[in-house]
Design a protein around this ligand. Structure first.
Ligand code: COA
Length: 148
């Protein structure tokens, strides 16, 4: 059985490890992760899903600025994808942002990231605009929004 729970400072190594495995050169450093965790719960919502042995299977990071929630990161370990963990973390993040008074959630995603786009569209996100070459030549970003 897996379990969703708020992330804590002790989760830092596991979060860095999954982030690096997922995003490679674009992963956050340990220092960046520590800075994110230090801002929980003031302006960050960081939740994870742990597996039976306590291993981190998935995480989500949301930054809250006034009435806008910014989905900064969501990742699921390749071995646990398509089992509902990403959708579950996203739904919980949306609920949490709404309950703290946010009116919308924004995110950026590569237009080639079909898995993430499907996840976001299913959760009610809609395209707001396109940022050409945002991730490098020919690699556009889409900015998506969901009203809360
Ligand atoms: C995007 C990601 C977080 C999805 O997590 P997940 O746990 O596999 O997603 P879920 O199992 O909750 O899927 C929910 C829905 O999203 C859609 N979806 C998810 N992965 C998909 C894929 N590979 N292809 C098509 N649709 C997909 C489906 O509609 C799915 O519902 P279904 O399985 O009932 O058809 C995961 O693929 C991932 O970690 N990718 C790498 C990191 C990344 O790109 N993060 C987003 C950018 S920051």
């Amino acid at each position: 059985m897996s379990r969703r729970r708020p992330a804590a400072a002790e989760d830092l190594p596991a979060l860095v490890s999954l982030d690096t495995e997922t995003f490679g050169d674009d992963a956050w450093s340990a220092a960046s992760w520590a800075a994110e965790l230090a801002q929980v719960p003031t302006s960050r919502h960081v939740e994870l899903v742990e597996g039976e042995d306590g291993e981190v299977l998935a995480y989500v990071v949301v930054m809250v600025v006034a009435d806008v929630a910014d989905l900064q990161r969501i990742a699921v370990h390749p071995s646990a994808r398509r089992t509902g963990l990403g959708g579950d973390l996203l739904a919980a993040a949306i609920e949490r942002a709404a309950s703290r008074g946010c009116e919308r959630m924004l995110l950026e995603v590569a237009d080639a990231n079909t898995a993430a786009l499907a996840l976001y569209h299913r959760a009610g996100f809609e395209a707001l605009h396109r940022r050409p070459d945002y991730y490098g030549a020919g690699r556009d970003a889409l900015v998506l929004q969901r009203r809360l």
